[in-house]
Design a protein around this ligand. Structure first.
Ligand code: MN3
Length: 202
């Protein structure tokens, strides 16, 4: 298997200020995400070796590490593209099929954001809240996942994920997770979320 690599951010580290500081973005991308990639590659290498030896116990034991670090890599790779500076359109969703789907299900974008934030504030410990697309029902859904569990393992396609691990906000917001969640909507790349929605719907 080819080595996994850290994707570049589609904007500068300071581009999301003042909602998310350059300091957080740099640490989060260069240190945290990079660590998930490194640990994933190490675990996959061990897995390949165990598989070659037919060591089933070692293969099973490695699955926790692969899930955690692979999930971290998958989730952050989506998260970076879900964000964009406000001067490049971040935070703006005025029309289109995604807004229609949100309004059909939640009444309004504001109500959707309230419900999403209520779930995200309530996550105990570390995790993510997602807007996902359930391919079985054909509907969008707000779902929370613990740790780095990827939403796709729930059978739901990820459209928009918000990282509520403390490393995502603590330097800027300290213990005020609710303030981080209130502000992050100013830098949501709705164009990216809508592209994911249209792709998921087909
Ligand atoms: Mn994170």
């Amino acid at each position: 298997m080819e080595k996994q690599t850290l994707p570049d951010l589609p904007y500068d580290y300071a581009a999301l200020e003042p909602v998310i500081s350059a300091q957080i973005m740099k640490l989060h991308h260069k240190m945290h995400h990079q660590a998930y990639v490194n640990n994933l590659n190490a675990a996959l290498e061990k897995y390949t070796a165990a598989e070659a030896k037919g060591d089933l116990e070692a293969m099973v034991a490695l699955q926790k590490q692969i899930r955690f670090n692979g999930g971290g890599h998958i989730n952050h790779s989506i998260f970076w593209t879900n964000l964009c500076p406000s001067h490049q359109g971040g935070g703006k969703l005025h029309t289109g099929p995604l807004l229609t789907a949100i309004e059909e299900k939640y009444g309004s974008l504001e109500t959707f954001i309230e419900k999403f934030n209520a779930q995200a504030v309530g996550i105990q410990g570390s995790g993510w809240t997602w807007l996902g697309f359930n391919t079985t029902t054909g509907h969008i859904k707000i779902v929370s996942c613990s740790n780095q569990d990827p939403l796709s393992t729930e059978g739901i396609l990820p459209l928009l994920g918000i990282d509520v691990w403390e490393h995502a906000y603590y330097i800027d917001y300290e213990n005020r997770r609710a303030d981080y969640l209130k502000n992050i909507w100013k830098v949501i790349n709705w164009k990216n979320v809508e592209e994911r929605f249209l792709k998921a719907r087909t």
